[in-house]
Design a protein around this ligand. Structure first.
Ligand SMILES: [Mn+2]
Length: 238
C-alpha cells in the first residue's frame, strides 16, 4: 500500500438519485479504502434534484470536492469534468448507487503498477430493493468478460476454456477482457489522457466504455477484470 499510487474517485449523479444510495456508496468507500490510497472523492451533482450533496457533512479527510455544473452536462461529460479536476495518479469513475467491498481497490492498483497501461475493472455484485424496501445482496461471479457486437450492443459472457484452464492454479488471476464496464474501473490519469480521454461530444453513458477499451488495446494497453475486486451495483437505478 505504501508504494501504490493515490486514487481520485469520481461520482456523478444525473437523475433523482436517493441521498441514502449516495451515502451507502460514500460510506463503503471511506470504510473500505486505505486512507493512504485515497486522494479525494469528487462528487459531481449534474442536475440532480434530490441529491443535496452540499448537506453531506464529513470531515475533510478524505477530501471531498463538490462540483455543480451550471448547466447539465450529461453523464459522460460530467465524468470527464471530474477526471480533469482529479489530483490522484489513478482515476476511478463510480456510480452513485454502489457498495464497494473489502479490499476492492488494492488489486486494481497492483496490476496497474505492474503495467501502467492497464485498465483494471472490478467484478460486480448486485443489490436489489423490493417493494417493501428490503435490500438483498447477491454475490456475482468472478469469471465473466465483456464484449461488444457490431451494432455496439455491450454484453457479458463466461470465460472461455483457455481462461478457465489458465485460472485453475490461481483463482485470483486477472481475466483478460475485450471490453470494460462503464464504471468501477481504474486507470492512470496520464494514460487515460494520452490515449484521448473521452469524446467531449458524448453526453449520455453507453458506448464510451467500448470506445475506451478499444483505444486501450490499440494503444498498447490491456483490459483486465480483477476477481479479487468486487463492488455491488444497485440494480434498479440504471
Ligand atoms: Mn448504475
Amino acid at each position: 500500500v505504501n508504494t501504490m499510487p493515490k486514487t481520485s474517485i469520481i461520482i456523478t449523479f444525473i437523475k433523482n438519485e436517493e441521498l441514502s444510495h449516495l451515502l451507502r456508496t460514500l460510506h463503503s468507500i471511506i470504510q473500505r479504502t486505505p486512507v493512504k490510497l485515497l486522494e479525494e472523492i469528487i462528487l459531481i451533482n449534474d442536475n440532480s434534484h434530490k441529491g443535496e450533496t452540499t448537506s453531506i457533512q464529513y470531515s475533510m479527510k478524505p477530501a471531498f470536492v463538490f462540483c455543480s455544473p451550471t448547466i447539465p452536462l450529461g453523464m459522460q461529460r460530467a465524468r470527464l469534468s471530474g477526471f480533469k479536476l482529479a489530483r490522484g495518479e489513478v482515476i476511478v469513475p463510480m456510480d452513485s448507487h454502489m457498495e464497494v467491498q473489502e479490499g476492492w481497490l488494492e488489486p486494481l492498483l497492483d496490476v496497474i503498477q505492474q503495467d501502467p497501461r492497464t485498465l483494471a475493472s472490478s467484478y460486480l455484485d448486485w443489490m436489489h430493493i423490493d417493494e417493501n424496501d428490503s435490500w438483498t445482496y447477491k454475490h456475482g461471479p468472478s469469471t465473466w468478460k465483456t464484449y461488444f457486437e457490431w451494432n455496439f450492443d455491450f454484453g457479458f459472457q463466461d470465460s472461455n476454456k483457455e481462461d478457465i484452464e489458465a485460472r485453475q492454479n490461481d483463482v485470483t488471476a486477472p481475466v483478460v477482457s475485450p471490453m470494460c464496464i462503464g464504471s468501477n474501473w481504474a486507470m492512470r490519469k496520464d494514460v487515460f489522457e494520452e490515449i484521448g480521454a473521452f469524446d467531449e461530444q458524448m453526453k449520455a453513458w453507453g458506448g464510451e466504455n467500448i470506445d475506451l477499451a478499444l483505444r486501450v488495446w490499440r494503444c498498447g494497453g490491456r483490459v483486465l477484470n480483477i476477481p479479487c475486486s468486487h463492488a455491488a451495483h444497485l440494480e434498479q437505478s440504471g
